[in-house]
Write a protein that binds this ligand. Structure first.
Ligand code: PLP
Length: 438
């Protein structure tokens, strides 16, 4: 399809690798969004990353705003992270026994983040959230959880549930293979809706173990919630003795060292992290007060374990990365850069009357093809607007800019994006928008 923009970059080698990959993996990928189903062309096979750049198998170079979906807040192949990982690897890669590195990363986190007193490392965000849910159920002795339409919490059974019809419903499974009986324990309601939350608690009085929300929902567009709503959420959880879980797998250490909890000044009962704490290696984590965490085995009756949990190489990457984030002014500089970037794209679009809103918080941004001033629920997003994203995505690739291959995904700015690259990227975005709205 010719969208009238720049000629397409060569994807010959990527296409060849993709054909091969299809023999090995369903859809040719190991995680569905990578298959480029919502955008033009075959997926790009990435060969190398450095700073804010990635190179694909055909040698095309891109300024990367996907950042491995968030972990790379210092950019690709950061020297400090690489050196620490290389050093630690000399001593072996996994022991299945405690190491001092776990203490070191835990200390960095707990000393600088008032929202967790004790933590447990896992190997992915999915595991962290799944375990947090089990902990909430074990702690409260209740089974039901409330989640929000438009929030993603990984792919564990209880959380692959979407809203059914009606205001307050049991969820419906959003994946084949999830038993209906599991979905029955998950209540799904719209974001930013105090009435739905109140009704859910009325209907399932004394049955709700926890309410789980993404600190700032960033998996279905960027759905900024009002601080009053988050406060309401905390109050109603307290009132009903349900736990409040903040899933900060994206927002943790991204908005600031204390994530969305710090941003709102609200203390969740359990927090989950991932992505950034692993510096690009597989790590997840959940944490809470010492009292709540005492329910985790071997201290308590809630079982949770992992062969590679606290893996030394992953811990090393986390230690090196978080140490950088604690340098004074780190977040201020990063967030200033990001807001300047987002606002100048917004100014450009507004001046040309393009139906585009740039939503952003910290160094997370989302380009939404809408004229709505606020988008706070999944329902506010017009699926038809994704056609425009599709054209923009292609134009951006052709101009050397890599965004995640879906219009529902947010972009990430890293410390490695300098003013020069952000200027280049802006110009490419302006030109691409001119094609989209031609
Ligand atoms: N929770 C949130 C908010 C996420 O964004 C993700 C992944 O994108 C997860 C959980 C699952 O993490 P992982 O992909 O590491 O299993």
């Amino acid at each position: 399809v010719n969208t009238g923009g720049k000629p397409d970059i060569s994807r010959e080698k990527s296409a060849e690798l993709y054909e091969k990959a299809k023999n090995y993996f369903p859809g040719g990928v190991n995680s569905p969004v990578r298959a480029f189903k919502s955008v033009y062309g075959t997926p790009l096979f990435i060969q190398k990353g450095d700073g804010c750049y990635v190179w694909d198998a055909d040698g095309n170079q891109f300024i990367d705003f996907c950042a491995s979906w968030g972990p790379l807040i210092l950019g690709h192949n950061n020297a400090k992270v690489r050196e620490k990982v290389t050093e630690v690897m000399q001593n072996g890669m996994s022991f299945g026994a405690p190491t001092a590195l776990e203490n070191e990363l835990a200390e960095l986190i707990i000393k600088n983040n008032k929202f967790v007193e004790k933590i447990r490392f896992t190997s992915s965000g999915t595991e962290a959230v799944m375990s947090a849910i089990r902990l909430a159920r074990g702690y409260t002795g209740r089974d039901k959880i409330i989640k929000f339409e438009g929030c993603y919490h990984g792919h564990s059974d209880s959380l692959l549930v979407k809203a059914g019809s009606g205001l307050v419903t049991f969820g419906e499974t959003s994946s084949a293979g999830v038993p209906k009986s599991f979905a029955q324990e998950t209540i799904v309601i719209p974001l930013n809706d105090t009435e739905a939350l109140t009704k859910a608690f009325e209907q399932f009085k004394d049955e709700v173990a926890a309410v789980i929300i993404e600190g700032i929902p960033a998996n279905n567009g960027l759905l900024m919630q009002d601080p009053e709503y988050i406060q309401f959420l905390q109050n109603i959880c307290k009132e009903h003795k349900a736990l409040l879980i903040f899933d900060e797998v994206i927002t943790g250490f991204r908005l600031g060292f204390e994530g969305a909890a710090g941003h709102y000044g609200v203390k969740p009962d359990i927090v989950t992290y991932g992505k950034i704490i692993g510096g690009g290696l597989p790590v997840g984590m959940y944490g809470a007060s010492a009292e709540i965490m005492s329910h985790i085995s071997p201290d308590g009756g809630v079982y949770q374990a992992g062969t590679l949990s606290g893996n030394p190489v992953a811990m090393a990457a986390g230690i090196a990365q978080l140490t950088e984030l604690l340098r004074s002014g780190f977040y201020k500089d990063l967030n200033n850069k990001a807001s300047e970037f987002a606002e100048s794209i917004q100014r450009f679009a507004t001046a040309r009357n393009y139906k585009l809103k740039v939503f952003y918080v910290g160094s997370i941004f989302w380009l939404a093809f809408t004229d709505k001033g606020k988008i706070q629920t999944a329902e506010d997003i017009d699926p038809a607007s994704m056609e425009k994203f599709k054209i923009m995505h292609r134009e951006l690739l052709n101009r050397g800019i890599y965004l995640g291959p879906s219009g529902y995904e947010v972009g990430f700015i890293s410390a490695a994006h300098t003013k020069i690259e952000l200027e280049k990227a802006k110009r490419a975005i302006f030109d691409s928008l001119d094609v989209v709205f031609r």
